[in-house]
Design a protein around this ligand. Structure first.
Ligand SMILES: [Zn+2]
Length: 259
């Protein structure tokens, strides 16, 4: 394919920055191509082609070139599919979407396609935009996101004895091995870890398997949300070997809330 040839992609805006007098450099996550960074020439002047479209979190259909050798794509045109306005207007939605955005940028490479991540991003942003509880959307996003990028945590069987979750045991998640350990095994070789109740483990395992369109039916108690967020935050930091900066701005979970 010639590098000049233009294609169309459904894409979510992950980042925008000004470039020179009139251009904007935009990073998208595209349905088939994955992360794509391109230049929208004259975007600051050309109101008609790009106005109100090149905004973080927006869902667009873009016409663009396929970049070669780490160059920027050329963004010819953009059509707004959904502005996901609530994500920029509501502070809880904004902070949650910011964590999702930061981790997606962190975990992906330019034009390394992924067919599963785009629908998950759309699910998360649509859920937030529709007023679904932000913490729950983040938890369900993250548990599936880690699987998609190849680091799904092992939450169904104890890493020590291999047994499935039993009501007589309690469980801890071991960051060093990416899975859970039952209290029986932990007694023999104490390892610490992050406490996860059986209810939380079951909910998270279910959230990994549930079809996306049914994911919002799953409930998660305030206690499970708290446990899950503590675990997912630590797991993400461990995986990327760095702090997740936008996590600092998330609101704490109120234990009373039962979503
Ligand atoms: Zn065990």
């Amino acid at each position: 394919m010639s590098s000049k040839q233009q294609v169309e992609s459904a894409a979510i805006v992950l980042n925008c920055r000004d470039h020179g007098e009139s251009d904007i450099i935009v990073t998208f996550f595209c349905q088939h191509l994955g992360r794509l960074t391109g230049i929208a020439k004259g975007a600051k002047r050309s109101k008609k082609r790009f106005v109100n479209k090149l905004e973080i979190f927006s869902s667009l259909r873009i016409r663009h070139t396929i970049p070669q050798n780490n160059r920027l794509a050329f963004i010819a045109e953009a059509e707004l599919l959904d502005g996901f306005l609530k994500l920029r207007q509501d502070i809880s939605c904004y902070t949650t979407a910011s964590v999702i955005r930061e981790l997606t940028l962190q975990a992906t490479q330019e034009t390394e396609g992924d067919e599963e991540l785009y629908p998950l991003l759309i699910w998360a942003f649509s859920s937030l935009n529709a007023g679904r509880p932000p913490h729950r959307a983040l938890i369900f996003f993250l548990i599936r996101f880690f699987s998609i990028i190849g680091y799904g945590p092992q939450l169904e069987n104890c890493l020590g004895c291999g047994k499935e979750i039993e009501t007589t045991q309690s469980y801890s998640f071991l960051l060093s091995s990416g899975g859970i350990c039952c209290s029986g095994c932990a007694k023999e070789s104490p390892t610490g870890g992050i406490r996860l109740s059986q209810g939380t483990l079951r909910s998270l395992s279910r959230a990994m398997l549930q079809p996306l369109e049914q994911l919002n039916r799953l409930q998660l108690s305030g206690k499970s949300q708290q446990e899950a967020l503590t675990f997912l935050h630590s797991y993400g930091r461990r995986l990327f070997q760095r702090e997740i900066e936008s996590w600092t701005f998330l609101r704490p979970v109120h234990q009373k809330n039962n979503y």
